[in-house]
Design a protein around this ligand. Structure first.
Ligand code: ZN
Length: 368
């Protein structure tokens, strides 16, 4: 059997009322229409299945790879559930217009109200933003379930929404329960739980070419909105120097970690057999070198690669900026490396979005 190697996939394009052609303009991609809103880069979901584009496994789907290779692909440290359902979904979104104002449920609510898909925690890296571009991110202070219900009925919801200007390089953490919408002229790389569950609060009174509006889900949306602690600013992250570059840990929760790597030379990376990595080239260009398979993959902005867990060691060689996402062991992959580089536990929970989620279970380590 062929040993799995760093894998590229064909993008899966999704037409959206808010889509455009920025993926062509920015990355030279050949698009099937002029209103492409999403490119699913690595996906194993009923709504989109990635197919390998490089090497001897070309033509194989991601679910086929999962059943052929199991933990060699996924990793020895991930839960059994990850063998059945690929845990993450990686996309690039081009918002040529506002997306619907939406919110996602958590796993518990999704289990009770949806058939199959889990909840959705997501995070965005802003690849491009036109001057003046903004997003809807959270609610204005003081919003309550009752005030929101009334604003929806009165048609004044827009007054309750927190608008944030965005610029390239910003990272936003979007836990389940966060009201959000990308705005016009914003392109993001998005990592998320492998789910397509969305509850729309408002869709700007839009209709499609057939005059049909998309469904709203106001009751479910109001059920799942987290009114306390809605986030209102981008994530800062914490930086660790690396040989030939640096790594900034931006988001780390029970589902995924999002790190930004600056590469200046040859940066060693290790999956250690424990967990797969998803890499997206954001800026510059470099080669991903895997001595085991002898593969050298050139990566340009917008390109994504799945590094199977069994690759164990690889290098990123060149100059550029990379988004690295994976399913973390929060203690070993996030907290311990940051503590050993001099950051305090309060710094970590404050600056790295999502880690606060782990406060209870990690307190003994923090206080040690
Ligand atoms: Zn969303």
């Amino acid at each position: 059997m062929i040993k799995p190697y760093p894998l590229r996939f064909y993008p899966i394009y999704k037409e959206k009322v808010w889509g455009g052609t920025a993926l062509n303009k920015k990355f030279g991609r050949v698009l099937p229409s002029a209103s492409i809103g999403e490119s699913w880069e690595v996906a194993a979901h009923a709504q989109g299945i990635s197919v390998v584009a490089n090497g001897p496994l070309a033509g194989t789907t991601l679910p086929e790879l999962m059943s052929m290779y199991g933990r060699a692909l996924i990793g020895t440290a991930l839960p059994d559930s990850a063998l059945v359902k690929f845990p993450l979904l990686l996309k690039i979104l081009d918002a040529n217009d506002y997306l619907s104002v939406q919110v996602h449920p958590d796993d518990e609510y999704a289990a009770d109200h949806e058939s199959g898909d889990p909840g959705k925690w997501e995070a965005w890296y802003v690849i491009a933003a036109e001057p003046g571009a903004e997003i809807i991110y959270g609610l204005k202070p003081g919003a309550t379930r009752e005030s929101l219900r009334k604003a929806i009925a009165d048609g004044t919801l827009a007054h309750c929404l927190n608008r944030v200007p965005v610029k390239p390089g910003d990272v936003f953490d979007v836990p389940a329960g966060t009201v959000h919408a990308l705005g016009s002229g914003v392109m993001v790389a998005e990592i998320q739980q492998n789910s397509d569950t969305v509850y729309r609060l408002y869709d700007w009174d839009r209709v499609d070419a057939q005059g049909k509006s998309r469904p709203l889900h106001i009751k479910k949306a109001l059920d799942v909105i987290q009114f306390a602690g809605q986030k209102t600013t981008p994530v800062t992250g914490l930086t660790i120097p690396q040989p030939a570059g640096q790594k900034t840990v931006m988001v780390a929760n029970r589902y995924f970690a999002l790190e930004i790597l600056l590469v200046e030379g040859a940066v060693p990376e290790a999956t250690q057999g424990e967990r797969f990595h998803l890499l997206t080239c954001l800026e510059g260009s470099f080669a991903l070198e895997d001595d085991g398979s002898g593969i050298q993959l050139a990566m340009e902005p917008g390109d994504s690669v799945l590094v199977p867990a069994c690759v164990e060691m690889y290098r990123l060689v060149g100059t550029g900026k990379v988004m690295k996402c994976y399913v973390p062991d929060i203690r070993r992959n996030i907290i311990e490396p940051l503590l050993s580089h001099g950051y305090s536990y309060p710094d970590i929970t404050k600056m790295v979005a999502g880690v606060g989620d782990y406060r209870t279970s990690y307190l003994p380590l923090a206080e040690a």
